[in-house]
Ligand binder design. Structure first.
Ligand SMILES: [Zn+2]
Length: 211
């Protein structure tokens, strides 16, 4: 009785297997078509990207600075999107150990110790690493924090914001747009007209007195 059932059941199993393999073949063919279509799309878009003119200027705008004298060739007043890229060894050679720690390793100077916290002279504050003009004394204010504080940069494009989660809280780090050096942080408890407080490290800045 049991044998009969098995022999009766077998053909059905075979038919099911045939159906399954036919289905698998259809699915595979469809998958192949989709894959081929997908590849076509991606290769087409990558071709478009490679022909986009926007990809090239960033590479060509990199300023090779091997010596400090070459910094004069770049305008420090107006940032035009150029990038200064140096190796860690090159930065170490150019900067003092304190500058290297703050600018390149995102360090923070002790409050009330910096050269510019109490500076009330008229002039501009430049990036201590690349010389780009960052802040004007006109926007400097007494924050009472012990760090030189400004309510806005010379130009928004001269500084770049990054989310910093290093102290377990969300802060906005400020970098020099041209050389990527760490300058300080920005907070939203500053005075009007911006309501912002750019809390900078004196070590990261170089003050140039107005003539
Ligand atoms: Zn810089």
């Amino acid at each position: 009785m049991a044998d009969d059932l098995i022999s009766f059941a077998r053909p059905r199993v075979i038919i099911m297997k045939v159906k399954i393999s036919a289905l698998t073949a259809i699915i595979s063919a469809f998958a192949l078509l989709t894959f081929a279509f997908g590849c076509g799309n991606s290769s087409a878009s990558s071709t478009n990207e490679s022909t986009l003119p926007a990809a090239t200027p960033e590479k060509t705008n990199i300023v090779a600075q091997k010596t400090d004298s070459k910094m004069d060739a770049v305008s420090n007043d107006e940032y035009k999107g150029e990038k200064i890229v140096k190796t860690e060894a090159e930065w170490r050679k150019q900067l003092t150990p304190e500058q290297f720690y703050i600018l390149r390793k995102e360090g923070t100077e002790q409050p009330y110790t910096g050269e510019y916290n109490d500076n009330h002279e008229t002039g501009d504050y430049h990036c201590a690493a690349c010389g780009l003009k960052l802040f004007s004394s006109k926007t400097k204010f007494e924050s009472g924090t012990g760090w030189p504080s400004f309510y806005q940069p010379i130009a928004a494009k001269n500084v770049t914001e990054h989310v910093d989660k290093s102290l377990g809280e969300m802060r906005t780090e400020i970098e020099c747009s041209r050389c990527g050096s760490h300058l300080g942080h920005v907070f939203d408890d500053g005075p009007q007209p911006t309501g912002l407080r750019y809390c900078m490290n004196s070590v990261a800045l170089k003050f140039e007195k107005a003539k």
